[in-house]
Design a protein around this ligand. Structure first.
Ligand code: R5P
Length: 309
C-alpha cells in the first residue's frame, strides 16, 4: 500500500465513519482521536472527544451520514463546537452526504435541505474545507466555496477496470442527472453510454422510467448501470427490468453509496441484476454473494493527502 507521511495531521473519526479513520492513521502515520458517543434516554445525542489534542496543526474529521442521518449531522455540529476553542486547521470528509438530493425547491414550500446541511456546518465554524464523496449533484460544490467533491465513480471505475475484463459493456444512467457519471465510466471502459429518463411524482414519490430510443443496442451485451445512491432499489430495479426485456445479457450495477433500505436487495435482485459493486461509504455492509464492496479508503486517502500537505 502506498503511504504518505502526514504526522502534522490528526484524525477524528465520528460514529458514522465506516473505518476510514483507522485506515488513514496507517496510511498517513497520523494520530487517531477517539470520540465517545452515547444517546441519552430521551434520544439526545452526546459525544465527547476522549483524548487531549496534541500539537498537530491540522485535523481531519471523518463522518458518513447514514444510517441515522440527523444524528450524524448533529455529531458534526457538536465536534465543530468542541474544536472551536483550538487553534487548528480543520477539514471535514463526508463520505456520504445525506439530504443532498433535495438540492432545489421542487414543490412550493420546500426547503433546500442540501443547503441547510452545508450552511450549518460552515456558519460560525472554522472548517477550512469540506470534502464530500460523490455528492448527488454539483449543487454543494458550486454553491459553497469551501465544498469540494470527490469523484468516487471514477475511482470505482478505474479499480474495476484493472481487475475485470468485460467484452463490450454499455454504461447506463438511470436518469438525466446521472449522465455525467455514465460518461465518466464510459471513458474508463472505452465504450458508449445510454441515458434513461426518470420522472418522479413529487407528491407520491413514485417514479416512471423511460428507455432511450437506442435501447436496442443493449441486446446481447453486458450493461453496467451507474448511480450515486441505491436506497430503496426502485430506480435500479426499473432500469434493470427494461434492460432485461431489451435483451441485455448481463446486468451489473456500480453505485457509490449503497444504503439498501428495507427490502432493496431483494427488489434489485428480482429485477435480474447479476452483481452490484458498492463503495464502502456507509456503515451498512450486507453479506451477499451478489454484492461486492470496493474499498475506496486508500484512493480517497491519497487524494486527500495531496490536498492536505
Ligand atoms: C436520485 O436521483 C438518485 O440519483 C438515485 O437514483 C436514487 O436516490 C435512488 O433511490 P432508490 O434506490 O430509492 O430508487
Amino acid at each position: 500500500m502506498e503511504k504518505r507521511d502526514l504526522r502534522d495531521l490528526g484524525i477524528i473519526s465520528l460514529p458514522g465513519d465506516p473505518g476510514y479513520g483507522s485506515r488513514f492513521k496507517e496510511l498517513f502515520n497520523s494520530r487517531l482521536y477517539s470520540v465517545h458517543q452515547r444517546i441519552f434516554p430521551d434520544g439526545e445525542t452526546y459525544i465527547r472527544l476522549i483524548d487531549e489534542l496534541q500539537d498537530e496543526k491540522k485535523l481531519l474529521i471523518i463522518q458518513s451520514m447514514f444510517p441515522e442521518q440527523d444524528r450524524r449531522f448533529f455529531e458534526i455540529l457538536q465536534i465543530l463546537d468542541i474544536l472551536d476553542s483550538y487553534d487548528k486547521d480543520i477539514y471535514l470528509l463526508i463520505l456520504y452526504m445525506a439530504y443532498a438530493r433535495q438540492d432545489k425547491v421542487f414543490l412550493r414550500g420546500e426547503p433546500v435541505s442540501a443547503r441547510v446541511v452545508i450552511r450549518h456546518i460552515t456558519q460560525n465554524s472554522k472548517v477550512k474545507k469540506i470534502y464530500v464523496a460523490e455528492p448527488h449533484s454539483d449543487y454543494v460544490s458550486k454553491e459553497f466555496d469551501r465544498v469540494h467533491a470527490i469523484n468516487l465513480i471514477r475511482i470505482m471505475g478505474e479499480t474495476l477496470r484493472e481487475k475485470w475484463i468485460l467484452r463490450r459493456p454499455i454504461i447506463v444512467s438511470p436518469d438525466q442527472g446521472g449522465a455525467e457519471r455514465a460518461k465518466t465510466l464510459s471513458e474508463i471502459f472505452d465504450t458508449e453510454y445510454l441515458v434513461f429518463r426518470k420522472y418522479r411524482d413529487r407528491y407520491t414519490g413514485s417514479i416512471k422510467t423511460e428507455a432511450p430510443e437506442n435501447i436496442d443496442s443493449v441486446r446481447e451485451r453486458e450493461t453496467i448501470i451507474v448511480d450515486d445512491i441505491l436506497s430503496t432499489g426502485g430506480t435500479i430495479a426499473e432500469v434493470a427490468s427494461i434492460l432485461r426485456r431489451s435483451g441485455s445479457e448481463k446486468i451489473y450495477v456500480l453505485c457509490a453509496h449503497c444504503l439498501f433500505v428495507s427490502d432493496a436487495l431483494n427488489r434489485v435482485l428480482s429485477s435480474g441484476i447479476d452483481k452490484i459493486f458498492c463503495g464502502n461509504t456507509v456503515k451498512r455492509f450486507i453479506d451477499d454473494p451478489h454484492i461486492e464492496y470496493i474499498d475506496l479508503s486508500s484512493r480517497v486517502g491519497l487524494y486527500l493527502a495531496e490536498k492536505l500537505v
